[in-house]
Design a protein around this ligand. Structure first.
Ligand SMILES: [Zn+2]
Ligand SMILES: [Zn+2]
Length: 194
């Protein structure tokens, strides 16, 4: 993911445009991603700012997500834009100075962390196959888009489930503790071995 910037070095204001593809394997680390369907396509412009090199442009990656509601895989395209400057030297007085500061390395800049971060932050926390995906019935797990299941009223079941659990726990609180006190290791089974 290295890009040579030799052609615009020492020429403030000079820029070039480039189209490149990058390995997209890193994106599969995200749990929402079922698989990637190709490389990251990048259309970038690199501009010499005098202090460094400003990288702007657009990325595009076709991925398959798992829908967070119905759990079915579906395909979509991530299209984050990028805007980040690679500096010639560390920016000591920069408030935003952080460990991951991007620096020029010789005649090159390394786009790996910029591309990876831009793609990863563009992944939605709860991807949905479609805005109105009805999801699965909490009672039987059937896809609600396929029609009505046999569960009478799953909405009521969801709301009452935690309450029922609480009531059950409250009524059992004393019983298990008493049982625990009597639950001694069974010594007899150990002795019967010879
Ligand atoms: Zn869905
Ligand atoms: Zn159901």
């Amino acid at each position: 993911m290295r890009l040579t910037i030799q052609s615009i070095m020492g020429r403030k204001g000079a820029f070039f445009q480039v189209e490149r593809t990058f390995n997209s394997e890193f994106a599969q680390r995200a749990p929402e991603v079922s698989k990637t369907l190709g490389p990251v396509q990048a259309r970038l412009q690199v501009t010499n700012t005098g202090d460094g090199y400003l990288v702007t442009g657009d990325l595009s990656l076709e991925v398959e997500f798992f829908c967070s509601r119905c759990l079915k895989p579906y395909q979509t395209t991530l299209t984050p834009s990028v805007e980040e400057e690679f500096f010639n030297r560390p920016q000591e007085d920069d408030e935003l100075n952080w460990d991951g500061e991007l620096l020029v390395e010789g005649h090159e800049i390394d786009l790996a962390s910029l591309i990876e971060e831009s793609i990863l932050v563009s992944i939605p926390m709860k991807p949905v196959c479609q805005e109105d995906c009805p999801g699965l019935c909490p009672g039987c797990g059937r896809f609600l888009g396929d029609g009505i299941c046999d569960c009478t009223d799953p909405d009521i079941d969801i709301r009452l489930a935690p309450l029922g659990k609480l009531l059950q726990q409250a009524s059992e609180t004393t019983a298990p503790e008493r049982r625990k006190a009597h639950d001694r290791p069974k010594e007899k089974t150990l002795q019967s071995e010879d």
